[in-house]
Ligand binder design. Structure first.
Ligand code: ADP
Length: 366
Protein backbone atom coordinates (compact mmCIF):
# COMPACT_ATOMS: atom_id res chain seq x y z
CA UNK A 1 0.00 0.00 0.00
CA UNK A 2 1.36 3.39 -0.94
CA UNK A 3 1.61 6.07 1.67
CA UNK A 4 0.36 9.57 1.07
CA UNK A 5 2.68 12.24 2.27
CA UNK A 6 0.63 14.34 4.64
CA UNK A 7 0.19 17.84 3.33
CA UNK A 8 1.08 20.63 5.65
CA UNK A 9 -1.96 22.79 5.13
CA UNK A 10 -4.66 22.71 2.51
CA UNK A 11 -7.28 25.37 2.06
CA UNK A 12 -10.87 24.53 1.28
CA UNK A 13 -12.89 26.84 -0.96
CA UNK A 14 -15.17 27.90 1.84
CA UNK A 15 -12.53 29.43 4.00
CA UNK A 16 -12.57 26.44 6.35
CA UNK A 17 -9.05 25.19 6.37
CA UNK A 18 -8.35 21.52 6.54
CA UNK A 19 -5.72 21.17 9.20
CA UNK A 20 -2.90 18.69 9.19
CA UNK A 21 -4.09 15.30 10.13
CA UNK A 22 -7.66 15.35 8.99
CA UNK A 23 -8.23 12.49 6.64
CA UNK A 24 -11.99 12.66 6.31
CA UNK A 25 -13.88 15.76 5.35
CA UNK A 26 -17.51 15.50 6.37
CA UNK A 27 -20.26 17.50 4.68
CA UNK A 28 -23.96 17.29 5.44
CA UNK A 29 -26.48 18.11 2.75
CA UNK A 30 -30.19 18.52 3.28
CA UNK A 31 -32.53 18.17 0.33
CA UNK A 32 -35.62 20.41 0.10
CA UNK A 33 -38.95 19.09 1.36
CA UNK A 34 -40.63 17.33 -1.54
CA UNK A 35 -44.16 17.92 -2.79
CA UNK A 36 -45.57 14.95 -0.96
CA UNK A 37 -44.11 16.11 2.32
CA UNK A 38 -45.35 19.66 1.79
CA UNK A 39 -48.85 18.54 0.84
CA UNK A 40 -49.07 16.28 3.86
CA UNK A 41 -48.27 19.27 6.07
CA UNK A 42 -44.81 18.05 7.10
CA UNK A 43 -42.37 20.75 8.14
CA UNK A 44 -38.60 21.01 8.27
CA UNK A 45 -36.80 20.00 11.45
CA UNK A 46 -33.41 21.15 10.17
CA UNK A 47 -31.87 24.61 10.18
CA UNK A 48 -28.46 25.81 9.10
CA UNK A 49 -27.02 27.94 11.90
CA UNK A 50 -23.83 28.78 10.01
CA UNK A 51 -21.75 27.05 7.30
CA UNK A 52 -20.38 24.60 9.86
CA UNK A 53 -23.32 24.16 12.21
CA UNK A 54 -26.59 22.41 11.67
CA UNK A 55 -29.44 22.44 14.12
CA UNK A 56 -31.85 19.56 14.47
CA UNK A 57 -35.14 20.53 16.09
CA UNK A 58 -36.58 17.72 18.13
CA UNK A 59 -39.73 17.68 20.23
CA UNK A 60 -37.55 17.63 23.32
CA UNK A 61 -35.45 20.61 22.23
CA UNK A 62 -32.80 21.34 19.67
CA UNK A 63 -29.37 19.87 19.11
CA UNK A 64 -26.44 21.38 17.24
CA UNK A 65 -23.97 19.39 15.15
CA UNK A 66 -20.69 20.63 13.70
CA UNK A 67 -19.27 19.49 10.37
CA UNK A 68 -16.72 20.77 7.89
CA UNK A 69 -19.54 22.05 5.71
CA UNK A 70 -23.29 22.18 6.07
CA UNK A 71 -25.23 22.42 2.81
CA UNK A 72 -28.78 23.65 3.17
CA UNK A 73 -31.71 22.84 0.94
CA UNK A 74 -31.03 25.70 -1.47
CA UNK A 75 -27.54 24.50 -2.30
CA UNK A 76 -27.08 24.03 -6.02
CA UNK A 77 -25.07 21.12 -7.42
CA UNK A 78 -22.38 23.61 -8.42
CA UNK A 79 -22.11 25.05 -4.90
CA UNK A 80 -22.11 21.55 -3.48
CA UNK A 81 -19.19 20.59 -5.72
CA UNK A 82 -17.15 23.70 -4.82
CA UNK A 83 -17.80 23.62 -1.08
CA UNK A 84 -17.36 19.86 -0.76
CA UNK A 85 -13.61 20.35 -1.09
CA UNK A 86 -13.46 17.36 -3.45
CA UNK A 87 -10.92 19.16 -5.64
CA UNK A 88 -8.34 18.57 -2.87
CA UNK A 89 -8.90 14.85 -3.23
CA UNK A 90 -8.91 14.98 -7.02
CA UNK A 91 -5.61 16.89 -7.09
CA UNK A 92 -4.02 14.33 -4.81
CA UNK A 93 -5.35 11.49 -6.99
CA UNK A 94 -3.60 13.10 -9.97
CA UNK A 95 -0.47 13.21 -7.81
CA UNK A 96 -0.70 9.44 -7.42
CA UNK A 97 -2.64 8.95 -4.19
CA UNK A 98 -5.92 7.28 -3.38
CA UNK A 99 -9.13 8.78 -2.14
CA UNK A 100 -12.78 8.07 -1.77
CA UNK A 101 -16.03 10.02 -1.87
CA UNK A 102 -19.06 8.42 -0.35
CA UNK A 103 -22.68 9.40 0.11
CA UNK A 104 -24.42 8.13 3.23
CA UNK A 105 -28.05 8.52 4.24
CA UNK A 106 -31.52 7.04 4.24
CA UNK A 107 -33.21 6.10 0.98
CA UNK A 108 -34.68 9.18 -0.69
CA UNK A 109 -32.36 11.63 1.07
CA UNK A 110 -30.50 12.60 -2.12
CA UNK A 111 -27.44 10.32 -2.32
CA UNK A 112 -27.78 9.50 -6.01
CA UNK A 113 -28.72 13.09 -6.83
CA UNK A 114 -25.60 14.29 -5.03
CA UNK A 115 -23.28 11.66 -6.54
CA UNK A 116 -24.53 11.35 -10.12
CA UNK A 117 -27.30 13.92 -10.59
CA UNK A 118 -30.33 13.43 -12.78
CA UNK A 119 -29.53 10.53 -15.06
CA UNK A 120 -31.42 11.75 -18.13
CA UNK A 121 -29.34 14.95 -18.20
CA UNK A 122 -25.95 13.33 -17.59
CA UNK A 123 -23.28 14.29 -20.09
CA UNK A 124 -25.78 16.16 -22.27
CA UNK A 125 -23.88 19.39 -21.90
CA UNK A 126 -20.72 20.55 -20.29
CA UNK A 127 -21.20 20.26 -16.54
CA UNK A 128 -20.90 24.01 -16.08
CA UNK A 129 -24.16 24.51 -17.96
CA UNK A 130 -25.80 21.32 -16.83
CA UNK A 131 -26.92 22.31 -13.37
CA UNK A 132 -28.30 18.92 -12.32
CA UNK A 133 -24.95 17.12 -12.68
CA UNK A 134 -23.68 15.73 -9.40
CA UNK A 135 -20.24 15.34 -7.93
CA UNK A 136 -19.14 12.46 -10.21
CA UNK A 137 -19.56 14.16 -13.62
CA UNK A 138 -18.17 17.39 -12.17
CA UNK A 139 -15.16 15.54 -10.76
CA UNK A 140 -14.56 13.77 -14.06
CA UNK A 141 -14.57 17.10 -15.83
CA UNK A 142 -12.30 18.71 -13.22
CA UNK A 143 -9.82 15.84 -13.43
CA UNK A 144 -9.74 15.91 -17.19
CA UNK A 145 -9.14 19.65 -17.32
CA UNK A 146 -6.30 19.33 -14.86
CA UNK A 147 -4.74 16.32 -16.56
CA UNK A 148 -4.50 18.27 -19.79
CA UNK A 149 -2.92 21.20 -17.95
CA UNK A 150 -0.21 19.05 -16.38
CA UNK A 151 2.91 18.17 -18.29
CA UNK A 152 2.82 14.43 -17.75
CA UNK A 153 0.81 12.02 -19.85
CA UNK A 154 -2.12 10.37 -18.05
CA UNK A 155 -3.84 7.07 -18.67
CA UNK A 156 -7.29 6.60 -17.20
CA UNK A 157 -9.16 3.38 -16.50
CA UNK A 158 -12.54 2.87 -14.90
CA UNK A 159 -14.56 0.09 -13.34
CA UNK A 160 -18.06 0.10 -11.87
CA UNK A 161 -19.44 -2.51 -9.54
CA UNK A 162 -22.11 -3.09 -6.98
CA UNK A 163 -22.33 -4.94 -3.70
CA UNK A 164 -25.68 -6.45 -2.90
CA UNK A 165 -26.22 -9.01 -0.19
CA UNK A 166 -22.41 -9.26 0.15
CA UNK A 167 -22.16 -10.30 -3.48
CA UNK A 168 -20.08 -8.35 -5.93
CA UNK A 169 -21.30 -7.77 -9.46
CA UNK A 170 -19.77 -5.97 -12.39
CA UNK A 171 -22.03 -3.12 -13.50
CA UNK A 172 -20.14 -2.81 -16.79
CA UNK A 173 -20.39 -6.50 -17.56
CA UNK A 174 -23.48 -7.87 -15.77
CA UNK A 175 -23.35 -11.23 -17.55
CA UNK A 176 -20.16 -12.11 -15.63
CA UNK A 177 -22.28 -12.98 -12.57
CA UNK A 178 -20.91 -12.89 -9.05
CA UNK A 179 -17.29 -11.75 -8.85
CA UNK A 180 -14.71 -12.68 -6.24
CA UNK A 181 -12.43 -10.55 -4.17
CA UNK A 182 -8.85 -11.74 -4.04
CA UNK A 183 -5.80 -10.44 -2.28
CA UNK A 184 -2.17 -10.28 -3.18
CA UNK A 185 0.76 -8.55 -1.61
CA UNK A 186 1.33 -6.22 -4.56
CA UNK A 187 -2.11 -4.79 -5.09
CA UNK A 188 -3.94 -5.66 -1.87
CA UNK A 189 -7.59 -6.55 -2.44
CA UNK A 190 -8.72 -6.69 -6.05
CA UNK A 191 -11.74 -7.99 -7.90
CA UNK A 192 -11.03 -10.96 -10.09
CA UNK A 193 -12.28 -10.76 -13.70
CA UNK A 194 -13.66 -7.27 -13.32
CA UNK A 195 -13.98 -5.32 -16.54
CA UNK A 196 -11.64 -2.34 -16.51
CA UNK A 197 -12.32 0.13 -19.30
CA UNK A 198 -9.63 2.31 -20.87
CA UNK A 199 -10.93 5.87 -21.12
CA UNK A 200 -9.33 8.23 -23.58
CA UNK A 201 -11.68 11.18 -23.18
CA UNK A 202 -14.36 12.59 -20.88
CA UNK A 203 -17.15 11.02 -22.91
CA UNK A 204 -15.72 7.54 -22.25
CA UNK A 205 -15.96 8.16 -18.52
CA UNK A 206 -19.48 9.61 -18.76
CA UNK A 207 -20.45 6.53 -20.77
CA UNK A 208 -19.09 4.28 -18.02
CA UNK A 209 -21.24 6.21 -15.52
CA UNK A 210 -24.35 5.89 -17.72
CA UNK A 211 -23.80 2.22 -18.40
CA UNK A 212 -23.27 1.43 -14.72
CA UNK A 213 -26.38 3.31 -13.60
CA UNK A 214 -28.43 1.65 -16.33
CA UNK A 215 -27.20 -1.84 -15.45
CA UNK A 216 -27.79 -1.20 -11.76
CA UNK A 217 -31.43 -0.53 -12.57
CA UNK A 218 -31.80 -3.44 -14.97
CA UNK A 219 -30.16 -5.95 -12.69
CA UNK A 220 -32.24 -4.89 -9.70
CA UNK A 221 -35.33 -5.37 -11.82
CA UNK A 222 -34.24 -8.74 -13.22
CA UNK A 223 -33.00 -10.16 -9.94
CA UNK A 224 -35.94 -8.68 -8.08
CA UNK A 225 -33.74 -6.89 -5.60
CA UNK A 226 -34.15 -3.57 -3.88
CA UNK A 227 -31.51 -1.28 -5.38
CA UNK A 228 -31.65 0.98 -2.31
CA UNK A 229 -30.01 -1.93 -0.45
CA UNK A 230 -27.00 -2.04 -2.74
CA UNK A 231 -23.79 -0.05 -2.76
CA UNK A 232 -22.43 1.11 -6.08
CA UNK A 233 -18.74 1.84 -6.55
CA UNK A 234 -17.24 3.68 -9.47
CA UNK A 235 -13.45 3.37 -9.47
CA UNK A 236 -11.30 5.66 -11.54
CA UNK A 237 -7.61 4.86 -11.83
CA UNK A 238 -5.08 7.35 -13.15
CA UNK A 239 -1.60 6.33 -14.21
CA UNK A 240 1.01 8.90 -15.09
CA UNK A 241 4.67 8.75 -15.84
CA UNK A 242 7.18 11.24 -14.55
CA UNK A 243 10.93 11.59 -14.68
CA UNK A 244 12.93 12.20 -11.54
CA UNK A 245 16.11 14.32 -11.34
CA UNK A 246 18.31 11.44 -12.58
CA UNK A 247 16.18 11.11 -15.69
CA UNK A 248 14.63 7.86 -14.50
CA UNK A 249 10.96 7.58 -15.17
CA UNK A 250 8.53 6.27 -12.61
CA UNK A 251 4.82 5.67 -12.63
CA UNK A 252 2.29 7.23 -10.29
CA UNK A 253 -0.92 5.34 -9.62
CA UNK A 254 -3.89 7.36 -8.41
CA UNK A 255 -7.27 5.97 -7.54
CA UNK A 256 -10.58 7.51 -6.60
CA UNK A 257 -13.69 5.59 -5.56
CA UNK A 258 -17.13 7.15 -5.73
CA UNK A 259 -19.49 5.20 -3.52
CA UNK A 260 -23.26 5.57 -3.46
CA UNK A 261 -24.05 3.63 -0.29
CA UNK A 262 -27.12 1.55 0.47
CA UNK A 263 -29.89 3.32 2.36
CA UNK A 264 -29.03 3.56 6.03
CA UNK A 265 -32.62 3.32 7.32
CA UNK A 266 -32.23 0.04 9.14
CA UNK A 267 -29.14 1.00 11.05
CA UNK A 268 -31.00 2.21 14.11
CA UNK A 269 -28.63 3.28 16.81
CA UNK A 270 -30.95 2.43 19.64
CA UNK A 271 -30.50 -1.27 18.96
CA UNK A 272 -27.80 -3.36 20.51
CA UNK A 273 -24.95 -4.32 18.22
CA UNK A 274 -26.01 -7.96 18.25
CA UNK A 275 -29.53 -7.16 17.16
CA UNK A 276 -28.26 -4.69 14.60
CA UNK A 277 -25.88 -7.08 12.89
CA UNK A 278 -28.53 -9.76 12.80
CA UNK A 279 -31.17 -7.45 11.43
CA UNK A 280 -28.95 -5.87 8.83
CA UNK A 281 -27.65 -9.34 8.10
CA UNK A 282 -25.87 -9.76 4.85
CA UNK A 283 -27.86 -7.10 3.08
CA UNK A 284 -26.24 -4.34 4.97
CA UNK A 285 -23.24 -6.02 6.48
CA UNK A 286 -20.96 -3.78 4.43
CA UNK A 287 -22.71 -0.61 5.62
CA UNK A 288 -22.59 -1.81 9.21
CA UNK A 289 -18.89 -2.68 8.96
CA UNK A 290 -18.12 0.68 7.35
CA UNK A 291 -19.60 2.25 10.48
CA UNK A 292 -17.40 0.02 12.65
CA UNK A 293 -14.29 0.95 10.66
CA UNK A 294 -15.19 4.65 10.91
CA UNK A 295 -15.79 4.35 14.67
CA UNK A 296 -12.53 2.46 15.19
CA UNK A 297 -10.55 4.97 13.12
CA UNK A 298 -12.10 7.84 15.04
CA UNK A 299 -11.54 6.27 18.46
CA UNK A 300 -9.74 8.77 20.66
CA UNK A 301 -8.29 6.16 23.03
CA UNK A 302 -4.53 5.90 23.25
CA UNK A 303 -4.47 2.20 22.52
CA UNK A 304 -6.00 2.04 19.07
CA UNK A 305 -8.67 -0.58 18.52
CA UNK A 306 -8.47 -3.18 15.82
CA UNK A 307 -9.71 -1.77 12.49
CA UNK A 308 -12.08 -4.38 11.06
CA UNK A 309 -11.41 -3.73 7.36
CA UNK A 310 -11.52 -7.40 6.50
CA UNK A 311 -15.03 -8.05 7.72
CA UNK A 312 -16.99 -6.91 4.67
CA UNK A 313 -16.58 -6.54 0.91
CA UNK A 314 -17.00 -2.77 0.98
CA UNK A 315 -14.39 -2.12 3.67
CA UNK A 316 -11.94 -4.47 1.94
CA UNK A 317 -12.38 -2.51 -1.28
CA UNK A 318 -12.00 0.82 0.51
CA UNK A 319 -9.14 -0.31 2.73
CA UNK A 320 -6.54 1.78 0.93
CA UNK A 321 -8.83 4.80 0.76
CA UNK A 322 -10.02 5.10 4.37
CA UNK A 323 -7.77 5.97 7.26
CA UNK A 324 -4.02 5.73 7.01
CA UNK A 325 -2.91 8.71 5.04
CA UNK A 326 -5.59 8.65 2.35
CA UNK A 327 -8.16 11.35 1.98
CA UNK A 328 -11.88 10.74 2.04
CA UNK A 329 -14.95 12.88 1.64
CA UNK A 330 -18.20 11.85 3.22
CA UNK A 331 -21.43 13.51 2.21
CA UNK A 332 -24.17 12.70 4.67
CA UNK A 333 -27.51 13.27 2.97
CA UNK A 334 -30.54 14.06 5.06
CA UNK A 335 -34.21 14.79 4.56
CA UNK A 336 -35.44 17.85 6.46
CA UNK A 337 -38.92 16.34 7.02
CA UNK A 338 -39.97 16.04 10.65
CA UNK A 339 -41.36 12.61 9.85
CA UNK A 340 -37.76 11.39 9.39
CA UNK A 341 -36.22 13.11 12.39
CA UNK A 342 -35.01 9.81 13.86
CA UNK A 343 -33.32 8.73 10.64
CA UNK A 344 -31.77 12.17 10.32
CA UNK A 345 -30.47 12.01 13.89
CA UNK A 346 -28.95 8.61 13.16
CA UNK A 347 -27.24 9.94 10.00
CA UNK A 348 -25.90 12.97 11.88
CA UNK A 349 -24.50 10.75 14.61
CA UNK A 350 -22.81 8.51 12.02
CA UNK A 351 -21.34 11.59 10.32
CA UNK A 352 -20.14 12.92 13.68
CA UNK A 353 -18.17 9.72 14.24
CA UNK A 354 -16.50 10.21 10.86
CA UNK A 355 -15.49 13.75 11.97
CA UNK A 356 -13.27 12.22 14.61
CA UNK A 357 -11.07 10.32 12.19
CA UNK A 358 -7.61 11.79 12.17
CA UNK A 359 -4.70 11.02 9.97
CA UNK A 360 -2.78 8.07 11.31
CA UNK A 361 0.53 7.33 9.69
CA UNK A 362 0.56 3.80 11.04
CA UNK A 363 -2.55 1.68 10.97
CA UNK A 364 -2.74 -1.79 12.30
CA UNK A 365 -4.60 -4.12 10.05
CA UNK A 366 -5.43 -7.71 11.07
P1 ADP B 1 -31.31 8.37 -2.57
O1 ADP B 1 -30.27 8.09 -3.60
O2 ADP B 1 -30.73 8.80 -1.26
O3 ADP B 1 -32.31 7.28 -2.40
P2 ADP B 1 -32.25 10.31 -4.51
O4 ADP B 1 -30.96 10.92 -4.89
O5 ADP B 1 -32.83 9.31 -5.45
O6 ADP B 1 -32.15 9.65 -3.05
O7 ADP B 1 -33.27 11.49 -4.22
C1 ADP B 1 -34.66 11.29 -4.02
C2 ADP B 1 -35.43 12.36 -4.82
O8 ADP B 1 -35.17 13.66 -4.31
C3 ADP B 1 -35.05 12.40 -6.29
O9 ADP B 1 -36.21 12.66 -7.04
C4 ADP B 1 -34.09 13.56 -6.38
O10 ADP B 1 -34.08 14.15 -7.67
C5 ADP B 1 -34.63 14.52 -5.32
N1 ADP B 1 -33.56 15.32 -4.69
C6 ADP B 1 -32.60 14.84 -3.87
N2 ADP B 1 -31.79 15.82 -3.45
C7 ADP B 1 -32.23 16.96 -4.02
C8 ADP B 1 -31.82 18.34 -3.97
N3 ADP B 1 -30.76 18.72 -3.23
N4 ADP B 1 -32.53 19.24 -4.69
C9 ADP B 1 -33.59 18.85 -5.42
N5 ADP B 1 -34.03 17.58 -5.51
C10 ADP B 1 -33.38 16.64 -4.82
Amino acid sequence: QRKNTPRSHISGTTGTDIEIGESVRVCVRSRPLNEKEISSGDTSCVSVVNPQTLQLNLKSGSKNFRFHQVMGENYTQGQMFSDSGVHILLDSVLDGYSGCVFAYGQTGSGKTYTMAGVEENLGKQDYVSNETDGIIPRSISYMWQNMTRRKEQYYVKAAFMEIYNEQLRDLLNPSSGVLHLRWNIKSGFYVENMLIVDCTNIDDLIMVLHEGIRNRKTSSHELNKDSSRSHSLLLIHTISEEKNEDGHSFKKYGKISFVDLAGSERLKESKSQGVMIKETGNINKSLFMLGKVISALGDKKKVKPHIPYRDSKLTKLLMDSLGGTSKALMIANISPASAYVEETMSTLNYATRAMNIKNKPVIQVD
